[in-house]
Write a protein that binds this ligand. Sequence first.
Ligand code: IPM
Ligand code: MG
Length: 360
Amino acid sequence: MNFKIGLIHGDGIGPEIVNEAKKVLEAVSSKYSHSFTYENLLLGGASIDATGEPLTDETIESAKDCDAVLMGSIGGDAKTSPWYQLEPSKRPEAGLLGIRKALNLFANLRPAYLYDELRDACPLKKEIIGDGFDMIIIRELTGGLYFGEKKTVVEDGMRKAIDTLTYDENEIRRIAKRGFEIAMKRGKKVTSVDKANVLDSSRLWRAVVEEVAKDYPEVTLEHMLVDNCAMQLVMNPGQFDVILTENMFGDILSDEASMVTGSIGMLSSASLNETKFGLYEPSHGSAPDIAGKNIANPIATVLSAAMMLRYSLDLDREADAVEAAVRKVLKDGYRTGDIMSEGCTQVSTTQLGDLLVERL
Ligand code: IPM
Ligand code: MG
């Protein structure tokens, strides 16, 4: 089959890891006789350098014309990069938020699981790890504090800044449905995370999630306050299947969950709208400190490409093959520096890409 894939190489290690994922996609297309065409799209710092803006209409229109977009990472070092001398709405991150909104990518899926081969990298004690864990965070991505009214003013000589956390019931309902649908294909448990003891938006969240739950009687629903969830993630991560939460809580909890696995360089993510289209990217950032050294771990991006094959292109068999190749490379003892452990062979970004292609 023919597919058009947008590639956002982005900043920092982005170009290196996207190149390896593309190598893997090329191997998939020749093995399974598909034809992938690629379109390079600018976003973030790379877009600022080329056009002065972190996101242009051209990128949005080109992305809409693709079946899916695979992204590396955007952003630089806030202390040293000139991008951070610009006003906030012109910085790399504004481009990412802009494309999420412009393409209506309201559902952000962030799996976090413990690889058996990488147990030693997990920072938790053995008795807490137990049989391991396998959860997915479903984060609402186009509402809440990120997109509510905001302003900074001076009142009576005093500076004051305002951010607003707004959700309407439709925004909550559509992400809740996504959460329950995904739970049906997994462990049939949803933990909806909010701060209903304090926030109105959370009380509405809870009420709407309960309404949606009625359509999924097989799924067990529990509510958890966000502060408790932060604690439970390091105390008993095995209890979670699907964590469903709003934008800001999801931002924070997904970083925590990925760190708990001990292998943030391994975790993929997908941002989806109501159609098959999605933007796929690793859960980690652009790591400017190691950019250009050919040492970054490309696996999270490769696994994001696998998610893209599965969710946007309906190529399940191909996605399975990519995931199997990743497990095989780990089993065979190959590691990039971030997940290196005794007795393994340390390889570079490009070598790891080649090893994956060999195993496909
Ligand atoms: C993420 C990132 C972004 C976010 C930043 C870069 C704007 O932290 O994707 O989690 O906060 O959503
Ligand atoms: Mg984040």
